[in-house]
Design a protein around this ligand. Structure first.
Ligand code: SF4
Length: 212
């Protein structure tokens, strides 16, 4: 089940600015109040099938040739079409970025990700799941970043947690101030946290530019 397929630039995280083809999977296990992709939250069986999405992907690839593919959601790693979509882009030798809320990593998907060198993982744990990260993700030591939205819930105690420390020490922490009602919030808080936790503050560039 796929919500949409589109071509844009990666507007978030350390790969910011990279032209990319996006596949947004349908369905998420969380319900963040500020989620800006509400149409992708339900596990809606009437969403695009893998075959329909593939047709759209091929139409885009007939025009564009991005090196980066972004698999997002919703929550891509809970989606029944994830392995098919990932394997398709793997066969094209693309870099595949997965944006996940980090709650679940199934064994078969873990194996798939580990055996493809062009996998890039963006862990984005959320307040609503107490910023938990499935411990299996912590075994990935390269091509990975930790991206956390700065909102009223984030605080120093969360960033001091044991499992967050490796990302802080390696400079792999991205703080993303909340975008709400057309503007960026919590900038001062983000600057203070970035100073203390060796983080980069990266805004959602696609929103600032009015892109998808
Ligand atoms: S995890 Fe992501 S897609 Fe799911 S509700 Fe939260 S912001 Fe939305």
């Amino acid at each position: 089940m796929i919500n949409e397929v589109f071509y844009s630039i990666q507007g978030e995280g350390f790969l910011i600015g990279t032209p990319a083809l996006f596949v947004r999977f349908q369905g998420c296990n969380l319900r963040c109040v500020w989620c800006d992709e509400k149409s992708a939250l339900d596990f809606d069986k009437t969403a695009k099938s893998y075959i329909e999405a593939l047709e759209e992907i091929e139409d885009i690839l007939a025009i564009h040739n991005p090196s980066l593919i972004v698999l997002t959601g919703g929550e891509p790693l809970l989606n029944e079409d994830f392995i098919n979509i990932f394997s398709y882009f793997k066969s094209l030798d693309k870099t595949i970025q997965i944006e996940t809320n980090a709650t679940t990593l199934k064994d078969d998907i873990e194996t798939l990700l580990k055996t493809y060198a062009k996998t890039y993982i963006t862990l984005s744990p959320k307040y609503i799941s107490n910023y938990n990260i499935d411990s299996k993700f912590l075994a990935f030591d390269k091509n990975i970043e930790l991206k956390i939205v700065v909102d009223e819930h984030l605080n120093e105690g969360i960033l001091e947690r044991e499992y967050i420390r490796p990302f802080v020490e390696k400079g792999l922490l991205v703080l993303q101030p909340l975008w709400e009602n057309g503007s960026v919030k919590f900038i001062d808080k983000a600057i203070k946290l970035a100073e203390k936790f060796n983080a980069r503050i990266i805004l959602q560039m696609h929103k600032l530019l009015g892109l998808k």
